[in-house]
Design a protein around this ligand. Structure first.
Ligand code: MTE
Length: 470
């Protein structure tokens, strides 16, 4: 679908970025504390008070033709000094080539960073950093902003000493166990594919109630890259695997966390699983598994084993510690659900989102990200009245399988409280659920696989808050 400029006759609003873009770590803590006060009771009251008003807002937003902005860009009578006075960079000599052998973002963008959630974990080695979704465009996450999840810290491993071993759990499952160097793997035919990776715990803090203020922390355990590597099926074929009996593989990482995960052989046979060495046109970053990591499209991040050193073929699931103690879902009846690996269809509006401030009424382009571990995103609907009315958003190409998809919707804010939501649909027909629907099946005490519809409340002041509608 095409992108369009704002409809003529409507003033363009202005937006202040989310707090991580301009405040320090101490400020972020203060914002967190404030967000925790804004729980559902408050929201229910706020919503009740504005329920009648929001119906009118929806009607207005559905046809964005009314000029509502009080503020329009003002040109000073005596001209704009930023245009009239020639700046230094127009008059002088710029910096030479190769000032930085590896280029860096502008100094004006230095607050766009992945960040840790205050107080989330005891140590920084077994922790998470969240990607700044609210500051990114398109679908690719710059490698330096890719979220991180380490169980025992990260390493910059010497690729000349790293090995990938393939073996069977018994001698009959693999005819010829193999050991590859990184160079040997890089000589084989490769694939390059765009995929999202989402930690199963993404949005996990929000299961019971609102817990974090901004979309960096509510949804930032997701990133999307073009990965390059060798299909695992090719390597297993070279090793002579007995596919009749060998219906599972175990992937093992070389860090101290004993990270091992079972992958069903059907996924490997589909050709989708690959051993990656490349990320966004260069080698993987150390934090993301350099020199080798497993790419398991559509499956939760924990199965994308980093610093991959061994693949074992077996005839049953392995029940590893990260499959029986962690990464399991506590169901309402007290039972645990295991091996629920697929990341279901989900979306989030990134602009406007929590912590941002709308400075004026008027036109805004609502923008966000949608994805599904089961295929392509086929539709995203956006509501500006808490889910009573929905309009279909434009999908910005390319739209790819098991990849982030960017969506946009024209919207005119009339200055009244507005509840913004997005709801994605995937190529299997699955529709992203509300919190009520998800909690009905999964309860409130889970950690993983929260893919509910997210709500942002734009308050009359223009400040945007994370809220939940029950
Ligand atoms: N692999 C190893 N060897 N060690 C780890 O700690 N963390 C896993 C997975 N692979 C992990 C690992 C988890 S829980 C996730 S969500 C992803 O890596 C995170 O990948 P990233 O750090 O590249 O974003």
């Amino acid at each position: 679908m095409r992108d369009s400029p704002p409809p003529t006759g409507i003033a363009v609003g202005r937006l202040v970025n989310a707090p991580e873009n301009f405040i320090d770590a101490c400020g972020v803590r203060a914002v967190f504390a404030e967000a925790r006060q804004g729980r559902r009771d408050f929201i229910r009251r706020a919503f009740a008070a504005t329920a009648t008003a929001t119906a009118a807002v929806a009607a207005a937003a559905a046809v964005p033709v009314v000029a509502v902005a009080a503020v329009v860009p003002v040109v000073p009578d005596d001209g704009d000094p930023e245009i009239l006075n020639l700046p230094e960079h127009t008059l002088g000599l710029g910096q030479p080539v190769v000032t930085d052998g590896y280029g860096l973002p502008s100094k004006y963008e230095r607050n766009v960073q992945r960040r840790q959630s205050p107080g989330l974990t005891q140590t920084t080695q077994a922790s998470v950093s969240f990607a700044p979704l609210q500051s990114l465009f398109g679908i690719v996450t710059p490698s330096g902003l890719h979220f991180e999840r380490h169980h025992q810290g990260w390493w910059d491993i010497d690729p000349s000493r790293h090995r990938l071993m393939l073996n069977g759990s018994d001698d009959t499952l693999m005819k010829k166990p193999l050991v590859f160097t990184v160079d040997e793997l890089m000589r084989l035919p490769s694939v390059s594919r765009f995929h999202f990776i989402e930690c199963g715990a993404n949005t996990g803090m929000e299961w019971g109630n609102v817990a974090v203020p901004t979309c960096q922390y509510s949804h930032g355990m997701i990133s999307c890259s073009e990965f390059t590597g060798v299909p695992l099926k090719l390597l297993l074929d070279m090793a002579g695997v007995d596919y009749k009996r060998g219906r599972f593989v175990l992937a093992e990482g070389a860090d101290g966390s004993s990270m091992t995960r079972t992958i069903p052989m059907e996924l490997v046979e589909s050709g989708e699983v690959f051993v990656a060495y490349g990320q966004n046109g260069e080698m993987l970053r150390p934090e993301n598994g350099y020199p080798l990591r497993l790419v398991v499209p559509g499956v939760q991040g924990v199965s994308w084993v980093k610093w991959l050193r061994r693949i074992e073929v077996g005839d049953q699931p392995y029940g590893a510690k990260d499959e029986v103690l962690h990464y399991i879902d506590l169901m309402p009846g007290g039972m645990h659900r295991q091996y629920s690996s697929t990341q279901e269809c989900k979306s989030v509006v990134t602009t406007p989102s929590g912590g941002q401030v709308l400075l004026d009424k008027g036109f805004y382009s609502i923008s966000g990200l949608a994805w599904s571990g089961r295929g392509k995103v086929t539709r995203v609907d956006v509501s500006v009245d808490g889910g009573r009315n929905w309009r279909t958003a434009r999908l910005q190409g390319p739209v790819m399988d098991k990849c982030l998809t960017r969506f946009q919707l024209d919207w005119v804010w009339d200055g009244r409280p507005t509840l913004i939501q997005s709801r994605a649909v995937d190529s299997t027909g699955y529709v992203q659920p509300t919190y009520r629907q998800l909690r009905g099946v999964r309860g409130t005490r889970s950690i993983y696989h929260n893919h509910s519809i997210q709500t942002w409340l734009v308050q009359e002041s223009g400040e945007v808050k994370n809220v939940q509608l029950s």
